[in-house]
Design a binder for this molecule. Sequence first.
Ligand code: NAD
Ligand code: ZN
Length: 366
Amino acid sequence: MAVIPVDLSGRRYEVHVGRGLLENSATLASRFIRKDRVAVVADENARQLHGERLAQSFAAQDCTIAWYDVAPGEGSKSWAELARLTDWLLEKGTERGDHVFALGGGVVGDLTGFACAILKRGCGFVQLPTTLLAQVDSSVGGKTAINTSAGKNLVGAFHQPALVLADLDTLATLPAREMRAGYAEVLKYGVLGDRVFFDWLTENGTSVLALETAALEHAVATSVSMKARIVAEDERETSGTRALLNLGHTFGHALEAETGFSNRLLHGEGVALGMVLAARYSARRGHMGPDEAEQVAEAVSAVGLPADIGSLKLGCDGKTLVAHMLHDKKMDAGTLPFVLLRSIGAAFLAKDVALNDVAAFLEKEL
Ligand code: NAD
Ligand code: ZN
């Protein structure tokens, strides 16, 4: 098992990565359990598949769980669900010093984290992430949010968890496609900041996806460590360092928007394609060589993630994709910050990227 400390200004929490953590969750989180009844907000699938191990651990400590079920899917990150959850937590008598547990993927983590950020002006919460994406990304760093009609994650708060228990055993039940989508975020850490990790993933990516213990633990722990380091440097995304975590996300977002945020393209698949585009666009601008950009594409396709946007058969032009990046801003706003690469392992924030050039580049890729 690995324990990664996250050090933020004046506060510190731990991310535990390993197998069998849910069985020991009540012990590992004992500092955060004040009552004989604990609220657990759970994704319905995660609860059905892994809730019993959590319940037994709590029962062994004479603590029962009050379950709050969340329907799977992005639709649960809504005002309506937030209202229902906060009402339920208040009805259960949740106090500021209490900790609410979140069992599930990024949807449950983001929703619960936000509810806890505003409940009595802030109560504690513990993340029990059950998807690879949630373990390496959304459960760490304190961004919480819901979606509104204006877009995804537009209403939220920074609210750090008190503890994160990333139990690798939960990943055994994750559909292969979701696992691969989460792997795109793992690869992202190598591409943006760690050439050694990127090379290691090139060798061991299939072992990670096959859930081999040592490889999986190394991949998750290394990813969490890098996220923790970056977040500690720039908790509220003011200096630009945290923005590096958005590598592949601007291009990816355009593709997700064009495919209607549907099952056609999962977020991680969009990120995989977006990283390839960011690498190729970096080569087009002369920041790195084209061969190195193709190494990113190879690492993506080697694990069965999409690397070619032509395969999406979008039937739109480059300008349409750029318009998605801008949300409601005008194309002739001119520029947008992009995370680009000087080499694999060395991302930087480029603030002078001309959008008509991006559109022309995408036109050729489509
Ligand atoms: P998710 O929470 O929707 O889970 C994906 C699917 O997997 C769901 O159908 C869920 O029911 C199922 N599932 C969960 N655990 C399972 C398990 N162990 N076995 C089988 N099925 C399981 O999706 P996600 O990819 O975990 O998270 C995506 C969300 O995370 C998005 O809303 C995104 O905005 C958010 N996010 C937040 C941050 C952040 O910093 N807060 C970062 C990245 C992403
Ligand atoms: Zn992402």
